[in-house]
Design a protein around this ligand. Sequence first.
Ligand code: F2R
Ligand code: MG
Ligand code: MG
Ligand code: MG
Length: 348
Amino acid sequence: DNILLKSKFRGCLLGSLIGDCFGAPFEGDVMTGGGKVILQKYFDKLEGANFKGPIKQYTDDTAMTKCIVKSLTDKPAVDFKFMARLFVKEYFSDPRRGYGKNVVDVFSKLRANKFEDIFKPAEEQFSGMGSFGNGGAMRVAPLALYFHDNYQAMIRAVSDATRITHTHKNAINGAILQSMAVQQCLRLDPSEKVDTHKFVNNLIDKMRIIEVEDEGLDTEFLAPYKEKLVDVQKLLDSANDDTDEIVRILGNDIFALHSVPTAIFCFLRAQLPIPRITTDNKLRRSIQYAISLGGDTDTIASMAGSMAGAFLGDDYINKHLLRHCEGHKEMSEMADNLFAVTEDVDSA
Ligand code: F2R
Ligand code: MG
Ligand code: MG
Ligand code: MG
């Protein structure tokens, strides 16, 4: 119903914000056992009713996610040139958010070319190869919300929203996979257990179409996301909790291929208790677990948080934790605005 869906919109965007804000201080870390103890204390402290600490700043992940929300609420017909302008305006007004090293060249070129061809600067990245970073995937949650009942339109919009900065197939397909996972979470009942096997199998079936059938391939050999999802399934089945092994198999870096499947794994693994993570809250567990893997912690925790929030809704978010995040009130309002325009489009 509508009340639940509205709460899922908020949960998704706030889960994404929390993952980014709490993950950012650990970005690039290699997590040891001691690091995990510190992480547990960090979350316990932040959940305390009386704890006062400096606000946790969000990074490029949230800055760009907010641009996509604003693009959809201001121009619900979906205008990618407008979206590109918002990315560029945001970057130049607030450049110190930890953007990727190369994506900033795209922003400069877009501005210099006056947005004449919004996909060309990204195509020129890395000698024409395009970026395979996770900067597309990290920002697409609002598109999964907006197109919650139109799968094909979501795929097209996610692809175009990604191609403004990232044109490598792995960046685009990673963003598509992230949006599929969020969309599947919206359809889950928060009062029921997640069938993790079915969740992954649905993603495998969808990625086979994207990576193999749509590409006209007669082999499944070149389907890297499908392969990673098979690894996710195996890791979930094996109940292997060895961080080094998980990172070796799935990855935890800024490449889309080494972070989107990892985020999906974190969300699904967090449906059951995890050693050395003491909490009953599955949203916190998803985010804390993602950070505990180290590497690109803000982005992987943000993507996992958006899934957990889209599954559970905002009632499950610890309000003490949330108030430490920069811009949480604005993000909550933006989620409501996005929900309102989505309803208008649905009923039109
Ligand atoms: N930039 C970061 N984190 C860097 C670590 C900062 C840390 N605090 C520190 O101490 O060093 N975080 C943010 O960037 C990621 C998203 O990046 P995005 O938007 O995809 O950027 P970009 O520049 O396009 O790609 C990132 C890097 O990936 C490598 N790469 C991408 N495509 C490549 C290709 N075709 N060939 C070779 N290398 C490629 C490059 O090193 C890029 O610079 C998120 O984590 C966000 O939080
Ligand atoms: Mg970041
Ligand atoms: Mg970036
Ligand atoms: Mg990051």
